[in-house]
Ligand binder design. Structure first.
Ligand code: APR
Ligand code: ZN
Ligand code: ZN
Length: 373
């Protein structure tokens, strides 16, 4: 077996900002204590990975990005008790150590380890990847654009062995984040009206959550009208393009609904739309949830009357789920056909075509492209 040995395999390495993904042969060291080496089966392409290539999301280079995947545990390091070789798993960008003060709070999923996993190295301060003799950094604990990766054991969810990798990988980010924002964070109520700004993989997952929660009207908002058909297929009752109107989108939504938008979701990661989404929910009993990640170190100025009047402005990470506990249940719900992810996966490409997958994202032609190995 390969346990305990260095594995040579293919990975998509980013050598610097604005560089293309370069398919390279890398070496992946065996997992150290409380680490797991995973063979990746399928991985989705998310906007956040693109943000690492542009600098909107900071990363250390060279780096292997990717954070939405399903794989099989190849080997485990010392002290790993929760996982064994052969387990089907999702590497987690949000860990759940189970013992920190936040993990012990029933209503928090901001595990203390989260601030540590973002550093680009594992717990001993080093990377398990090398390429051409140089260390290559990890990303968001996951680094899934590689045939093999090494992650911390507190950041791995074990899922149903029968789950199809090219769909279930969406539980590593898009679906979990969007669906949880509607179900856990907003707690959308039956019969309510919702508006979702940004109809990518995460936004469509918010729509699925709103629909399952029983919302009676779900309005999709996007500047790319090519996203409307998909949005309607997953449950949007109507769609609006802010570019088709001269009035602010909040006014447009107010007129469309007789001032009854109860929940809004910002799922583009733009600062302007965060304010637009806030202003678009009812001024006294509305709630707006920030789902898209804002650019690093950005500052927002807003009229405090927007919240003084009574609106609630919330955020969430990873849809508010406690990932190690909740992902297996979400995957079971998926296997039981509680929701369908077919509309979200628009393209499946072999791993080597990663650059093509990112071009589809940048051109607004894909919802999720999933790379298979
Ligand atoms: N107003 C409305 N829609 C917009 C705007 C805007 N100003 N700017 C962009 N959009 C739309 C895009 O046209 C696209 O359809 O937002 C959508 C975003 O979708 P994706 O790029 O596919 O992003 P996604 O992967 O869904 O992630 C959304 O969540 O995880 C984070 O970093 C990610 O912040 C991003 C957000
Ligand atoms: Zn993501
Ligand atoms: Zn914790």
């Amino acid at each position: 077996s390969s346990a305990g040995k260095v594995i040579k395999c293919k990975a998509a390495v980013l050598w610097g900002l604005e560089q293309p993904f370069s398919i390279e042969e890398i070496e992946v060291a065996p997992p150290k204590a409380h680490e797991v080496r995973i063979k990746i089966l399928a991985t989705g392409i998310c906007r956040t990975d693109n943000n690492a290539t542009t600098g909107v999301m900071p990363a250390k280079f060279p780096v292997i990005v990717g954070h939405e995947a399903v794989g099989i545990v190849e080997s485990i390091g010392e002290g790993v008790t929760s996982l064994k070789p052969g387990d089907k798993v999702i590497p987690l960008c949000v860990p759940q150590c189970g013992i920190c003060s936040n993990c012990l709070k029933p209503d928090s999923n901001y595990c203390d380890m989260l601030d540590i996993v973002g550093k680009g190295v594992l717990s001993d301060g080093t990377s398990r990847f090398t390429c051409k003799g140089k260390p290559v950094y990890h990303y968001m604990n996951t680094s899934t654009f590689t045939e093999y990766t090494v992650v911390r054991d507190v950041a791995v969810a074990k899922i149903d062995a029968a789950a199809p990798p090219e769909k279930a990988c969406l539980f590593g980010c898009a679906f979990t984040t969007g669906y949880g924002a509607a179900i856990n964070t907003a707690k959308v109520t039956p019969g309510s009206t919702c508006a979702v700004f940004g109809l990518g993989g995460v936004g469509l997952s918010v729509i699925i959550g709103c629909k399952i929660a029983g919302a009676s009207r779900i309005i999709g908002v996007d500047i790319n009208p090519r996203k409307f058909e998909k949005a309607k297929a997953v449950g949007a009752t109507e769609c609006v393009n802010p570019k088709d109107h001269t009035k602010p989108i909040s006014e447009v939504l107010k007129e469309m609904t007789g001032d009854s938008v109860r929940y809004t979701f910002e799922v583009t990661g733009n600062l302007d739309t965060m304010i637009d989404a806030l202003a678009s929910c009812h001024k006294n009993c509305g709630m707006s949830v920030v789902v898209g990640d804002p650019p690093a170190s950005s500052v927002l100025t807003f009229d405090p009357m927007l919240v003084f009047d009574g609106r609630t402005w919330k955020g969430c990470i990873f849809g508010g789920w406690k990932p190690v506990n909740d992902l297996p249940k979400l995957v079971s719900d998926f296997m039981a056909k509680k929701f369908n992810l077919d509309e979200l996966v628009t393209h499946i490409l072999p791993f080597d075509k990663i650059e093509e997958g990112f071009n589809l994202l940048k051109k607004g032609e894909s919802i999720r492209t999933v790379l298979t190995f």
